[in-house]
Design a protein around this ligand. Structure first.
Ligand code: SAH
Ligand code: SF4
Length: 365
């Protein structure tokens, strides 16, 4: 059985795939029907305690109470944006580290932005998580538990109507998913399970700073998720100034890995570009980006810079944003300008700092 429990000898049920959970329940001497019921309690009903699992044999309930961990992380803080559409949760993990998880409601869908590490070691200059530093990797169970927490928060939101379902997951919260590869892949498999949250493959997006070996591995293993690569600059020198990880995985190797990914899987790739006034938003830069990704099935996501305490850059002005977008379109590139969400609660891209004490660091415009 995978060792997914942290600071506890109990088995973390949220970190088990359905097959692994069935094997555990069988090893304890219970039927597959009981295992299926337990899976439903966990992944459809987002149950957080053995109390209320009335349809399980009492002996299985006792076994679970003594050998399994099935509490979702403690909510150490939460707040909603003024428009009510974005809600940010500060979750306390076993062992005391804190992470942030964000729920974003759109007209036709709900998206959860999940963290994959407590903090991040990669230090992108504009990112509050990078400014905070690295604590530890999350387990698969801790990643899945964030999604279940969001699904649970949706129960009752619609009053007497059917509960809203979480349909989209972005691995764009705290941390670098490809530096926690195994746990993230295990979590993706659990989140996709058709008898569980059943998130469609294309609706799970993994965002990476550009960890080249991880991108190649995703391609070789044909992992079922969408891939977004945080590019932010189209020359090695400029990129390395914003994204120190570019010194480890240089731009030419990164682009080669991206081409390999798109060809091997016959999939498009998303490139993220945080627009920073006067730093990476010139027409020349737009043309350079178009040249860089030429011939690749690419989609560009422009992100307005969200201000953070440790970086004095400013978001690009709207005229320059429009011009940048227009040049990419002239080169035939599909472009989306990401909506700004949850800035008044520091829940925007790159604003997740985690610990309550650090929260004041995040500045809103
Ligand atoms: N480590 C991964 C995923 C988490 S960051 C990665 O870097 O891709 C998610 C996205 O937010 C990345 O594209 C990142 O570059 C962007 N981001 C970080 N700080 C930001 C900020 N202050 N404003 C806007 N986007 C930011
Ligand atoms: Fe880490 Fe991503 Fe933030 Fe860079 S942008 S510091 S890789 S979380």
């Amino acid at each position: 059985m995978p060792a997914t429990a942290v600071a506890s000898s109990k088995i973390d049920l949220f970190g088990l795939t359905r097959d692994e959970l069935f094997a555990l329940v069988a090893a304890w001497g219970f039927s597959a029907a009981s295992a299926a019921r337990l899976w439903r309690y966990l992944h459809r009903e987002a149950a957080t305690s053995v109390d209320g699992m009335d349809e399980l044999p009492p002996r299985l309930q006792t076994q679970l109470a003594s050998h399994a961990r099935l509490e979702l992380p403690e909510v150490a803080g939460e707040n909603s944006s003024s428009d009510g559409l974005t809600r940010k949760y500060l979750l306390r993990l076993a062992g005391g580290h804190e992470i942030e998880t964000v729920r974003m409601r759109y007209r036709d869908r709900v998206t959860a932005c999940l963290s994959t590490q407590a903090g991040c070691a990669l230090g992108c200059v504009f990112c509050a998580t990078g400014q905070r530093g690295f604590d530890r990797n999350l387990t698969a169970g801790e990643i899945v538990a964030q999604a279940l927490h969001i699904q649970r928060s949706l129960f009752g939101v619609t009053g007497s109507g059917p509960p809203e379902r979480l349909r989209n997951i972005v691995l764009m919260g705290m941390g670098e998913p490809l530096l926690n590869y195994d746990a993230v892949m295990q979590a993706i498999d659990i989140l996709r399970d058709p008898a569980g949250l059943a998130i469609a493959n294309k609706r799970i997006t993994l965002s990476t700073v550009g960890v080249v070996p991880g991108i190649v591995r995703l391609a070789d293993e044909a992992r079922p998720c969408s891939l977004a690569v945080s590019l932010h600059a189209a020359t090695q020198e400029q990129r390395a100034a914003l994204v120190p990880a570019a010194k480890t995985w240089p731009l030419d190797e990164l682009i080669e890995a991206c081409r390999y990914y798109t060809q091997k899987l016959d999939r498009r790739i998303f490139f993220e570009w945080t627009l920073i006034d006067g730093q990476n938003d010139s027409p020349e830069e737009a043309r350079c980006l178009a040249q860089l990704v030429r011939g690749m099935p690419a989609h560009i996501n422009l992100i307005p810079l969200n201000r953070t305490a440790g970086f004095d850059g400013q978001p690009t002005l709207s005229a320059a944003t429009t011009r940048f977008q227009a040049i990419l379109r002239e080169h035939g590139l599909p472009v989306t300008f990401r909506q700004r969400r949850g800035l008044d609660i520091a829940a925007g891209c790159g604003q997740l700092a985690g610990a309550v004490a650090n929260r004041a660091l995040a500045i809103t415009p």
